[in-house]
Write a protein that binds this ligand. Structure first.
Ligand code: ADP
Ligand code: MG
Length: 567
């Protein structure tokens, strides 16, 4: 019988962050479940009896033989690393060899386990300091069942320091969900007080799994991209390539009132990385309505030598090399995920929303919009490289909406906010203040307004009693007749970005303005090349899509009534 668990040498123990990781029911669940995942489990059953302070985790992983069971709870005993050098090659969730040992000091611990190649298993119970107490043969399926009971029975202060049961169970649920998102292929069954509590069904991707936790979000509201990343600079010795999985909620479809679904995982574990979280929030800037936050999950799989997990013993914080490099990759990844592409052009949610809208319109008899001869236009006129998704302006409705034809159906684009998005990005990329001669004279400004204009960089000085002279203005406003009004608007508050939005909004073509086809086409071409074409800088959706598939369904094109209807 070979054993794989061994005690770590003292020099390795010195390098591992010391500290107790078991401080709650949720932390017990985390440690046990991570052991199951390290054992290769694809099915995990967690049973909780919070009133009895009992947790048990059963898995179908590789199991342990008797020799390993006898060593499993000894201090710093692990099968996952051997030497100091291994600390830079960590590919498992555990490596400290401390969880089971701590549990023997804080609770009663019992493990049943059977490796797949043996015909029966063993039940081992442990006493303080991980000493084996009782051993007996047992009949179980291959895998492991770890049961922790009477948690903190010998330290009343710890129990008293914990929140009420309901809150502890919330923490347990959150812990399991976070771990599940990093391992979407696993099936989870969670029981509380001998009753089914919740189940997590396995998924092929994070995007497919997330709607189980956020029922108001549909899979079609999310965009998932997978990117292989080059090695970071200064990492010549790094052997592994890196990869990034990014799941973003499309900003015209979902957002949250708290940043509670901005999450970062690295190599299989959710971690707190304020730098990357901030990068995500910044990448979504000005794509969402005010005070709303994106849904964004980032899973980086990177070479283990780029990470030091020994920042805190629970491994929720890490030291990450080359943070700037990863930030750049994340920014580019999010930009890519938010673009309009054939991958995310399928608009399942829009399809249902639109078919409701069409039904309502039909009921009122008001849906009599009739585009002029859609097939008669010159097919080649707008094709080519300048038009990556073949958006073709067909008509204008109510001097407000551009009717757009594209290979998958038809869109309505609101002209003002599409143009606002174009101008806003141009302004952000190239914010210019240019001198004006003669100066623009403003009347009766409050000191706050003057300070505000100075803050966004305008050159303003008193020009007499209650008069001020402004000697430079944002380039886009220079030619406008209402330039003085625009400056007054800017003086009323907001930071530079708010001023940029205000300038874009004022300069963008108004709704109600007639446009001819070439003008509309130019706007569409510019708009689809923006970084965030889905929403305007205030977060309003820019386009409504009427997919061909939804239209076909609406017009019941699958009904074969007779030859004469074969259209
Ligand atoms: P670590 O996970 O850091 O190695 P633990 O104290 O959590 O330390 O576990 C000690 C050892 O017990 C592990 O290295 C592993 O070999 C074994 N082990 C624990 N749980 C399981 C399990 N569910 N299935 C198989 N082996 C396990
Ligand atoms: Mg462990």
């Amino acid at each position: 019988m070979t054993s794989t668990i061994h005690a770590l040498p003292t020099e390795v123990v010195y390098l591992i962050t010391a500290g107790e990781v078991i401080d709650s029911l949720a932390s017990v669940v985390r440690e046990l479940v991570e052991n199951s995942l390290d054992a290769g489990a694809t099915r995990i059953v967690v049973s909780l009896c919070p009133q009895q302070w009992r947790v048990s985790v059963a898995d179908n992983g590789c199991g342990m033989n008797l020799d390993d069971l006898q060593k499993a709870a000894a201090t710093h005993s692990t099968s996952k690393i051997y030497s100091c050098a291994d600390l830079w090659k960590i590919s498992s969730l555990g490596f400290r060899g401390e969880a089971l040992h701590s549990l023997t000091n804080l609770a009663n611990l019992e493990i049943l386990s059977r490796p797949a190649n043996e015909n029966f298993g063993w039940r081992v119970s442990y006493s303080d300091c991980g000493k084996v107490n009782q051993v007996e043969i047992t009949a179980i399926a291959p895998g492991t069942v770890v049961t922790v009971s009477n948690l903190f029975a010998n330290c009343a202060a710890r129990r008293q320091g914990l929140p009420p049961v309901a809150q502890q169970m919330k923490a347990v649920q959150a812990t399991i969900q976070q771990i599940a998102l990093c391992h979407p292929h696993v099936t989870w069954q969670i029981r509380q007080n001998d009753r089914e509590w919740f189940t997590i069904y396995p998924a092929t991707s994070i995007k497919q799994l997330l709607p189980q936790f956020l029922p108001q979000v549909k899979e079609a509201d999310l965009q998932q991209i997978q990117l292989k990343l080059p090695k970071p600079p200064n990492s010549e010795l790094t052997t592994h390539d890196s990869a990034m999985t990014l799941v973003v909620g499309l900003p015209d479809r979902c957002h949250r009132h708290r940043p509670d679904w901005v999450r970062v995982a690295i190599n299989g574990r959710m971690v707190k990385t304020p730098e990357l979280e901030q990068t995500i929030l910044t990448a979504f800037h000005r794509t969402l309505p005010r005070d709303r936050y994106p849904v964004c999950l980032l899973h980086l799989v990177i070479s283990p030598d780029q990470i030091n997990w020994n920042r805190n013993p629970a491994k929720t914080e890490i030291y990450l090399n080359e943070v700037n490099y990863w930030q750049e990759q994340v920014t580019q990844g999010i930009e890519q995920a938010l673009r309009l592409s054939s991958a995310n052009i399928k608009e399942a949610v829009h399809i249902t929303r639109v078919s409701k809208l069409l039904k309502a319109a039909e009921a009122k008899g008001g849906y009599n919009f009739n585009p002029k001869h859609p097939n008669e236009g010159d097919k080649n006129q707008h094709s080519g490289l300048s038009n990556p998704y073949s958006l073709k302006a067909v008509a204008q409705v109510s001097n407000t909406y551009i009717v757009v034809e594209h290979p998958e159906g038809m869109w309505l684009v609101e002209q003002h906010i599409a143009h606002e998005r174009v101008l806003y990005e141009q302004i952000c990329d190239n914010w210019q203040l240019i001198p004006v001669e003669p100066a623009i004279i403003l009347y009766q400004l409050s000191p706050k307004q003057v300070a505000q204009l100075q803050r966004i960089g305008l050159d303003i000085e008193t020009f007499g009693e209650q008069l001020w002279a402004v000697r430079n203005v944002p380039a886009m406003l220079q030619q406008r007749e209402d330039c003085a009004d625009a400056i007054l608007e800017l003086s009323l508050g907001g930071d530079l970005q708010a001023a940029q939005v205000a300038v874009a909004c004022r300069s963008a073509i108004r709704n109600g303005t007639p446009m001819d086809l070439p003008e509309m086409q130019t706007l569409l071409d510019q708009w689809q090349r923006t970084r965030n074409p889905r929403t305007c800088p205030h977060g309003r959706p820019i386009y409504l899509s009427l997919e061909e598939s939804a239209l076909a369904r609406f017009f019941r094109r699958n009904w074969v009534i007779g030859k004469s209807h074969g259209i």
